[in-house]
Design a binder for this molecule. Structure first.
Ligand code: G6P
Length: 608
């Protein structure tokens, strides 16, 4: 979502701010802006739409100075207009702020502390710039601390003060922010990868802390404004992965990176034919004697990976596994205790709802285990036990390689628990592990063999207005992911149903030519799903089937059928999803959609 950058002590800072914002583009945004401070006050430029709009404004009028802040905004409070775009300036022009998060009590603050003030935007952020000026008596850190004390909600701020034109201030609570010392200047950012300089040290700002960043100095303060010492963190970002290489889109590149993503993840969790989890510190006794329930929590595709492995986890652990949508779970009254294992799945490690659930589970005394792709992210940092997926940086909004790596991590967790619980003999574990190690080559084979037919089917469905996906058990989870992928990047209304549910309502929407995509990976219910497929076909649906090579011959030749490589049923979700990713990609391509940056969507959803 919103991206923040702040730079102090760099010659002609405006083009550099823009360059950094380009590295934050992948997070999703709908307007952008920069502000630069020099001895003569603060100059600001803002634009709606892509960064190219801001760039063309800069060409006619580049603000001059060595210190500035920049922002990409994903609208929450107020439409994406120039007035609502950040940075926001205080009434007298003393402070200028960019913000990520939501100030939940902004209306209340306007009515009480800022009564009578005129606001030029509908944003919650502008309130903060007014508060800073209200509390300012020549000392910015005190003003920031006082203003922060009033706020409710999550925030990361970048702040300029016109009386201190050589430094940028930052503050954060519940939203990512780092202060970075570089050979050339000091930086703050919501994502260290925005900074393409020689980095000397990185410091995470959190829990209401404040920082002051100058050309050669980084100073830190606690929420009350007292100076503190902080230890640098080892946060790295491989810049090479920010390039599309030979591919026209990041999404396609990431689809083809899946064999590597799964191989790296699995190999980091397997030793001598057995699963080991290097960053999981729970005792075997916990799994063996105390574990009563597993709860998996995630959003979007991460939630779907949980659905895919629910049954596997239940059979390996012998306890119930519930899979929960984070935004719902956090407001329910979940029964969690020290005998519950809560598993949080997140590519970014930043998703606000997933993080809130983690904190809730901690509060209830449940055991915490997170599956995270970004090392050093908030969710990874706040979890006692972590399984890192090694998908590498994912840029396309629609996840592919991180999804596959999450599945691999979850299979590993299930096998690990199965061994401790005595559900698996060492021979059985070895057999599962060796098949899991074959997944990367089977993914490669499946991608190679299914791309042409996926393209052909994309051509058949690209003009449809509604598409239905169906499947049973794990296939239902895969179908959910297929429908989500298709709707998010091609903007076709794609709905997913457990196959047996279709005739309880949705089948009334099926008429001549409606595309129906059936996933038939589960052998146990193959004939059941096949019957449901025939029911839609009898009503005119144009049916496409996704299955594996072993079951392909059981389907009539009149259906267009994509067959993935054969594997054990437990691991089949990893292969069945691949043609669905390709199908979404090619459908979106045919429809001329902006594949890597679909409208209204963000890569990291840092507000609830
Ligand atoms: C967004 C992304 C999805 C992702 C979801 C959860 O909606 O577009 O691809 O699955 O957030 O994100 P997380 O980073 O927690 O996995």
């Amino acid at each position: 979502m919103c991206g923040i950058i702040g730079i102090a002590g760099v010659n002609q800072v405006a083009p550099k701010l823009l360059d950094c914002l380009k590295r934050l583009e992948y997070r999703g945004y709908d307007s952008s802006g920069i502000a630069v401070t020099s001895g003569d006050g603060i100059e600001r430029l803002r634009a709606v739409g892509r960064l190219s709009e801001l760039e063309s404004r800069m060409e006619s009028k580049t603000p001059s100075g060595t210190t500035g802040i920049g922002h990409t905004r994903w609208a929450t409070h107020g439409a994406p207009t120039v007035e609502n775009a950040h940075p926001h300036i205080s009434p007298q022009g003393t402070f200028c702020v960019v913000h990520n998060g939501i100030i939940e009590n902004s209306e209340e603050i306007k009515k009480t502390l800022l009564q009578g003030d005129f606001f030029e935007s509908q944003t919650d952020t502008e309130v903060f710039s007014h508060l800073l000026e209200k509390y300012y008596i020549g000392e910015p850190i005190n003003a920031i601390a006082k203003a922060l004390a009033v706020l409710k909600g999550a925030y990361a701020f970048g702040i300029l003060c016109s009386d201190f034109p050589d430094v940028v201030f930052g503050a954060s609570s519940g939203s990512p922010l780092v202060a970075i010392g570089c050979e050339e200047g000091g930086f703050i950012s919501s994502d260290p990868c925005a900074v393409n300089e020689k980095i000397k040290s990185v410091y995470r700002i959190s829990g209401g802390e404040i920082c002051c960043v100058g050309k050669d100095r980084l100073l830190f303060f606690d929420p009350s404004g007292q100076a503190i010492e902080k230890k640098p963190e080892s946060i790295t970002c491989k810049m090479e992965s920010m390039s599309k290489g030979q591919y026209p889109h990041f999404m396609l590149k990431e689809i083809y990176e899946q064999p590597r993503a799964v191989s790296d993840t699995v190999n980091s969790l397997v030793k001598m034919g057995s699963v080991f989890l290097p960053d999981v510190y729970l005792d075997d006794d916990f799994f063996r004697d105390e574990l009563e329930k597993i709860v998996i929590v995630g959003c979007g595709s991460a939630y779907h990976t949980g659905l895919c492995v629910k049954n596997m986890l239940e059979s390996m652990s012998g306890v119930t596994c519930n899979v929960e949508i984070a935004s719902e779970f956090r407001y329910s009254q979940p029964v969690l205790n020290k005998n519950t294992l809560t598993v949080f799945i997140s590519q970014s490690g930043e998703t606000a709802d997933t993080l809130a659930c983690l904190r809730l589970a901690k509060h209830c005394g449940a055991k915490i285990l997170s599956i995270v792709n970004v090392k050093g992210s908030v969710i990874a940092t706040e979890s006692e036990n972590v399984i890192f997926t090694l998908a590498g940086r994912e840029i396309a909004v629609a996840t592919t390689k991180a999804y596959s790596a999450q599945l691999a991590a979850l299979y590993s967790l299930a096998i690990y628990i199965g061994r401790i619980k005595g559900k698996l003999t060492s021979e059985q574990e070895e057999k599962l592990v060796s098949e899991m190690l074959l997944l990367p080559s089977k993914i490669e084979e499946t991608l190679r063999e299914t791309e042409a037919l996926s393209k052909e089917i994309a051509n058949d469905i690209c003009r449809a207005q509604n598409i239905f996906f169906m499947g049973r058990l794990c296939d239902y989870a895969t179908a959910c992911e297929g429908a989500l992928k298709l709707k998010e990047i091609s903007y076709i209304n794609a709905q997913c149903y457990p196959a047996g549910e279709l005739k309880h309502g949705t089948i009334s929407l099926v008429d001549e030519g409606t595309p129906v995509i059936a996933i038939l990976g589960e052998s146990r219910v193959f004939s059941k799903t096949l019957s449901n497929m025939c029911e839609t076909e009898a009503r005119g649906a144009c049916v496409f089937a996704i299955t594996d090579k072993a079951k392909e011959t059981l389907l009539s030749q009149k259906h267009k059928t994509i067959s993935v490589a054969d594997t054990l049923s437990l691991f089949r979700p990893s292969l069945l999803v691949l043609p669905l990713q390709l199908l979404s990609y090619h459908t979106a391509l045919l429809r001329g959609c902006d594949i890597d940056k679909p409208r209204n969507l963000a890569k990291s959803v840092t507000v609830e």
